[in-house]
Every structure is written in structure tokens, then in C-alpha cells.
Design a binder for this molecule. Structure first.
Ligand SMILES: Cc1cc2nc3c(=O)[nH]c(=O)nc-3n(C[C@H](O)[C@H](O)[C@H](O)COP(=O)(O)OP(=O)(O)OC[C@H]3O[C@@H](n4cnc5c(N)ncnc54)[C@H](O)[C@@H]3O)c2cc1C
Length: 392
């Protein structure tokens, strides 16, 4: 990033330079003329959307494949101030015993895996769910006919039972049921992964987009800087904390649980080597998916980099907290932290501060809502965080 003047006194301290912290800082600087110091403990901006060119000149997303998608024209237009886009529709395949089929499971998947019964099953699905584009696979388990319940069981076994167990490190019966309620089956030949109106990748990469968001004369950025230490040094600055909420309170009620990932990068041989950007592996192999990064570039590249994604237990200080593990115990623990947070003057946000999985557009939306409520005093932003959680 270009060197920038560091203000000696800041109105706001923002801990975390991910999409939440960067968007919030930009809103405060631009709309309120506030001077904002953004600090991050990592040696780069962008949080988990960070990407960079590797030794083969391929832009690699260091913390896993990120595809921007939203139904909100407002959020898409907001981010379009900071980037041009490569309009990209995401498609995912699953390797089911050597056969590659679209995910979400669709009519092509049926034709490939159950060719004899595909026609009858398609008809039964269309009759049971008329006018419906997608249904959660869990809904098949509750279907009226044994034929469709059996199909639900087949899809679960073929596509996601093992995959989900690998991802969460526990048998599927112990995984938060809302996860399974979100696994869709497409009732047509549509093979798009997302159905949102806006689907794209920043043409110059995510890091460049976040850099542009932070590029404002009233914003300064300090990397490899611990948020808690900086907070102590600047007691007068108001604080947005997008790090872990439990870490802010020294884990006094215990550690909120996360799952992590290990990424193994390997050189590919040609542009678009895999038949899709992501190939899921729901079998017994220890990795869950392979990513072909050349799909995310606007222009063809000479070669590619492939990333094997291995789910892993999260260990503080050893790897990254990626996915909040939601269950009765962690929810109760989070509620205690949220109650504590309410008694401070500090704002908490982002996927670590709210202990909630956000897609990128949700992180940006949440940051703008937080800024809006600070600027216009419409509501207490902490109340909004809780209502978002309740309605999820
Ligand atoms: C593997 C994976 C794939 C994903 N794929 C998609 C996708 O395809 N599409 C999509 O929309 N979303 C995707 N997401 C979600 C996306 O990554 C998030 O929406 C987004 O990164 C949230 O931004 P954030 O600012 O809230 O958090 P983060 O990006 O995590 O940023 C938080 C920042 O705070 C810093 N920090 C934490 N504690 C401290 C501290 N004490 N002091 C200083 N700094 C601190 C961290 O270093 C980090 O940089 C994916 C997430 C993961 C994990």
C-alpha cells in the first residue's frame, strides 16, 4: 500500500482490515470526516479475502476460494466504486466414485448417477414441488413418497454425508441441523452454484479492492499490530473490534469453537486444468475439495495453481479460526460474551466479532449498517447484531 500520513490522534480505532473493518473505516472517514486507524495483526490487509500473485503469476486466494455473490444491487454498486469486475458464474462438480456431477445436485447429476431412474425421479420431483427452483435436501427426507425419501437418502450418502463430516470433524448427526437445511437440490438442469443476480470476482483481485476501500486521506493502516495493545495505547479512540469477541475478553467464559482448514498448493499444467473451478471430493480422501485458481482470472493464464483443501481442528495460535462451530454450548457461551459486550462502549462486528459466518456481501452490509447507526444514531448497532442473529 502507498505510505500514508499516520495521525497522532484518531477518532476511531478499527481492529481488523478485512471487509468489515475496511468498509466501516471508509464510511466513518468519508461520511463523518473521522480519522481512523485500522490495525491488523497479519502482515497484509484484506483479512480472509487476501489474494496475491504466486511464483507462477497466478492470483491465489490464500485463505480459500472466494466468489462474490449478492442479490443486493446496493452492495454491488457500493463495491463497484472500488473495483472493476470479472463477471463469473460459479460452478462446482463433485467426484462421486470417479463420476463428475454438478453440485448442487441437479437433473444432470440424476442422469449421470441414476440413468435408469432419472426420468421418473425428475417427474416425481416436479410434481411434489411444483414451481420450485431449489429445495433443501432435508426436505426430501420429509417427502410424502418413499421414492423421494429414498432419493434424499441417496443424495445425502453420495454428495454430502461424508463431506460434511470431514468439514466439521464430527458425524453428520452431530452437525448443526441448519447446515443441512441449507444444502440445496436443484429441480432443473441449471448448474449454477449461486442463483444471485450479481456474481463476480474483482478484476484486479480482492486485495486491490480492499486497498482502494482503505485509500482515503483520513485512514491510516498499521500491519503486524495487535489490536488489544493499540486499544490500550489509545483509550480516547472509539473502537470497532472485528477480531474474536472471546479474545477481547481474555476468554473469561471459555473459547468459542471454530473449524480450520489447511491448504496445499501445487502447480498445475494448463489454464483451467480442472473441469470446474472447484471439484468436491465427498469420498474417504482426507481433503474436501480442489480449487483451480485460473478460473478466477479475467484473462487466460499460461498455467494454473491447484489448492487441495483439508479440514482441520482449530488450535489457537497454530492455524486460523475459519468457521464458527454452532451448537447449544457455543451459542450459550456467545450469549454471555454478547451480554458483556453490551456493557462496554465497544462495537463488535464481522465474522469473528459476531461469532457468525458471513458471506462477503453480508460482511460489507453489516459494516455499513454499523457505520450508519453510529453516524445517524438510528439504533443501537449491537441490538441490530442480535436481531440479525435471531433471524438467521
Ligand atoms: C474458506 C473460506 C471461503 C469463503 N468463501 C466465500 C465465498 O466464496 N463467498 C463469500 O461471499 N464469502 C466467502 N467467505 C467468507 C468471507 O471470507 C468473509 O465474509 C469475510 O472475510 C469477512 O470479513 P471480516 O472482516 O468480517 O473478517 P476477516 O476477513 O476474518 O478479517 C478480520 C481481520 O481481523 C484481524 N484480527 C483479528 N484479531 C485481531 C487482533 N487481536 N489484532 C489485530 N488484528 C486482528 C485478522 O487478522 C483479520 O485480518 C469464505 C470464508 C472462508 C473461511
Amino acid at each position: 500500500m502507498p505510505a500514508r500520513r499516520t495521525h497522532t490522534r484518531n477518532d476511531w480505532l478499527v481492529v481488523g482490515s478485512g471487509l468489515t473493518g475496511a468498509t466501516f473505516a471508509r464510511c466513518l472517514a468519508e461520511e463523518a470526516g473521522a480519522s481512523v486507524l485500522v490495525v491488523d495483526q497479519r502482515d497484509h490487509i484484506g483479512g480472509n479475502v487476501f489474494d496475491s500473485l504466486d511464483e507462477r503469476g497466478i492470483r491465489v486466494q490464500r485463505y480459500g476460494a472466494h466468489i462474490f455473490h449478492t442479490g443486493s444491487a446496493d452492495i454491488f454498486e457500493y463495491l463497484s466504486r472500488f473495483t472493476d469486475w470479472y463477471h463469473y458464474e460459479h460452478r462446482v462438480l463433485a467426484d462421486v466414485d470417479g463420476q463428475l456431477v454438478p453440485v448442487p445436485f441437479n437433473f444432470t447429476s440424476l442422469d449421470t448417477l441414476l440413468p435408469e431412474r432419472s426420468g421418473a425421479l425428475q417427474q416425481a420431483l416436479l410434481e411434489a414441488f411444483p414451481g420450485t427452483a431449489r429445495i433443501p435436501v432435508a426436505q426430501l427426507a420429509r417427502a410424502a413418497t418413499p421414492q423421494l425419501r429414498e432419493l434424499g437418502e441417496y443424495i445425502a450418502a453420495a454428495i454430502f454425508r461424508n463431506y460434511t463430516a470431514k468439514q466439521w470433524g464430527r458425524p453428520i448427526e452431530q452437525v448443526d441441523p441448519t447446515v443441512l437445511e441449507r444444502v440445496p437440490v436443484t429441480l432443473s438442469y441449471d448448474d449454477r452454484y449461486f442463483r444471485d443476480e450479481f456474481q463476480a470476482i474483482p478484476a484486479g483481485g480482492y486485495t486491490a479492492m480492499v486497498e482502494a476501500i482503505l485509500d482515503h486521506p483520513l485512514i491510516s493502516v498499521a500491519l503486524q499490530t495487535d489490536g488489544a495493545t493499540e486499544h490500550q495505547r489509545r483509550p480516547d479512540a472509539r473502537l470497532l473490534w472485528t477480531g474474536r469477541v472471546d479474545s477481547f475478553f481474555d476468554y473469561r467464559y471459555g473459547e468459542l469453537p471454530y473449524r480450520s482448514l489447511r491448504f496445499e498448493n501445487t502447480p498445475g499444467t494448463r489454464w483451467r486444468e480442472l473441469p470446474a473451478a472447484v471439484v468436491n471430493h465427498p469420498g474417504v480422501e482426507p481433503f474436501t475439495r480442489i480449487i483451480d485458481h485460473s478460473y478466477f482470472a479475467a484473462e487466460p493464464t499460461a498455467t494454473t495453481t491447484l489448492t487441495y483443501e483439508y479440514p482441520a481442528a482449530y488450535e489457537r495460535g497454530q492455524n486460523e479460526p475459519f468457521y464458527p462451530v454452532s451448537d447449544a454450548i457455543s451459542t450459550a457461551m456467545y450469549q454471555k460474551y454478547a451480554a458483556l459486550a453490551d456493557r462496554t462502549g465497544v462495537l463488535f462486528g464481522g465474522r469473528l466479532g459476531d461469532f457468525r459466518y458471513y458471506d462477503m456481501h453480508q460482511a460489507v452490509g453489516r459494516a455499513r449498517t454499523l457505520a450508519d447507526t453510529v453516524l445517524h444514531g438510528r439504533a443501537d448497532p449491537r441490538t441490530i447484531a442480535r436481531s440479525i442473529r435471531r433471524s438467521a
